[in-house]
Design a protein around this ligand. Structure first.
Ligand code: DLL
Length: 436
């Protein structure tokens, strides 16, 4: 297949060459990791005291896994490997406040990440001169700036519009004849549902491609988007702990995503036992970042369930492909691309004195978008008071939650006993989004 490359030599390198690069970079990154208080302790405990202690790629398996809790417990600088003066940028995971997870980038880290994104974008057939409307949220979330820099490096015309404001998104797509968008799949479906409202319809747009990611979606959703909008949609996977987008991206073949194996080592493990699984077996994805020195990340447990394909793809790239994300091993919800842990919601509402003990988190669809409703029981005497007071309480709960989880939920107030009480383990989360 005639496909575009950003760096043909690396993208089509033989397995032995990729493994050679991986070993050399793993040694280097272990050297950087040893400069951080967290990894110095972890690595010396297993007898890794210097980069030379990594002799073969298999030595990776001597390194213990890193978890999100490790990052939180070592906040803010326990995983920082360089002097703060060298840090060019800081990002964090979406939707997490309280104790966030923080990632530091040195200048060359930003440069390497940008290159991976330029590579990913080029693999989809997007070219210099394409008009790129970046509908992902900017800020600490990696989806905004990550793709922004990558698209600039490719030579696209970048519109850094950020998330939300659908009318303006559609108007902008028309005004500048946007050809490529970067967006969550749910938001793109929503945009489609609003086309035509201000007299701007599909024929007024020049859209050809969409990069979709940051939240789970099925092959059916992708095909639906492609048919509704007459575009090509490419799946894009990443997480802030491992830079952000650009870990794995679909190529023009659209048969799942190439993991850039010169920059990441991907393993799939049994989430219960921690045992490394064979290629093709489904389990939890574990990633090692080989090229980020300010915050090295070794064997990070992503909590995402997936499998790896054997080498090979019609495009000629040799880097192995990652399946769609098939689920999570924890209870993290992804609501319109924002990660939310039920515990964050509980923590906030239980601190509000008017709230009684029972609550429920409900997620469903409102059109194409996800909708989060938090139902709380409040003390009976409050129901006897004025309506204005109840409205104020509702607003207070919305504000508190928004400050913690970044999105605004709907809040419903209920009398005690109104919400279902489960016998045994409480079922706090009801996710009614269709599984297509
Ligand atoms: O969502 C980075 C990103 C931005 C990826 C833009 C793609 C596009 P976090 O906020 O740290 O980073 O959330 C990471 O989101 O562990 C997955 O559970 C989920 N996720 C990301 N991409 C996909 C995808 C960004 N393509 C978490 N399919 C990850 C399914 C995805 N889930």
């Amino acid at each position: 297949m005639d496909t575009p490359f950003w760096n043909r030599e690396i993208e089509t390198a033989e397995r032995s060459r990729i493994e050679q690069i991986q070993l050399q970079r793993l040694k280097t990154i272990v050297g950087w990791a040893l400069r951080t208080p967290f990894y110095r302790k972890r690595l010396t405990q297993v007898g890794i005291n210097a980069p030379q202690d990594i002799r073969r790629l298999q030595d990776l398996q001597r390194i213990p896994y890193t978890t999100k809790d490790d990052l939180r417990l070592n906040f803010p600088k326990g995983l920082l490997a360089v002097d703060m003066k060298e840090v060019l940028r800081i990002h964090s995971s979406s939707g997490t406040t309280g104790i966030p997870t923080v990632i530091y980038f040195a200048r060359d880290d930003v440069d390497n990440w940008t290159d991976l994104l330029a590579r990913s974008i080029t693999g989809t057939g997007a070219v210099p001169g394409d008009v790129f409307q970046n509908m992902m949220t900017y800020g600490m979330f990696t989806g905004g700036l990550g793709l922004h820099y990558g698209a600039e490096r490719v030579g696209m015309t970048v519109i850094p519009i950020g998330g939300g404001n659908t009318k303006r998104q559609i108007q902008t797509m028309k005004d500048f004849q946007t050809t490529v968008v970067h967006v969550t799949p749910s938001y793109l479906l929503h945009i489609h549902s609003r086309l035509g409202e201000d007299g701007i319809g599909r024929p007024d747009l020049a859209l050809r491609k969409a990069f979709i990611g940051a939240e789970p979606h099925s092959e059916n959703t992708r095909r639906k988007l492609e048919e509704l909008l007459q575009i090509e949609a490419y799946n894009s996977y990443g997480l802030s702990e491992l830079n952000g987008p650009g870990v794995a991206f679909e190529c023009v073949c659209q048969k799942d995503m190439h993991v850039w194996e010169d920059a990441y080592i991907a393993e799939v493990i049994n989430p219960h036992t921690g045992a490394v699984l064979k290629e093709g077996e489904e389990g939890e994805l574990v990633l090692t970042n080989l090229v980020r020195r300010a915050t090295p990340m070794l064997r990070y447990r992503t909590r995402d369930l997936a499998f790896l394909y054997p080498q090979g793809c019609d495009c000629g790239r040799t880097h192995r492909r990652l399946s769609r994300i098939l689920g999570r091993t924890d209870d993290m919800l992804i609501i319109n691309g924002v990660n939310v842990f039920p515990s964050q919601i509980e923590e906030k509402i239980m601190r509000i004195p008017e709230v009684a003990t029972n609550y429920q988190i409900h997620v469903d669809k409102n059109g194409a978008l996800d909708r989060l409703t938090v139902k709380v029981e409040i003390y009976p005497k409050l129901f006897l008071g004025e309506v204005a007071k109840l409205e104020a309480l509702k607003q207070k709960i919305v504000d508190e939650l928004r400050a913690s989880i970044v999105i605004s939920p709907l809040v419903e107030l209920h009398e005690p006993g109104a919400l279902p009480v489960s016998e045994g383990k409480a079922k706090r989360v009801v996710d009614d989004r269709p599984k297509d």
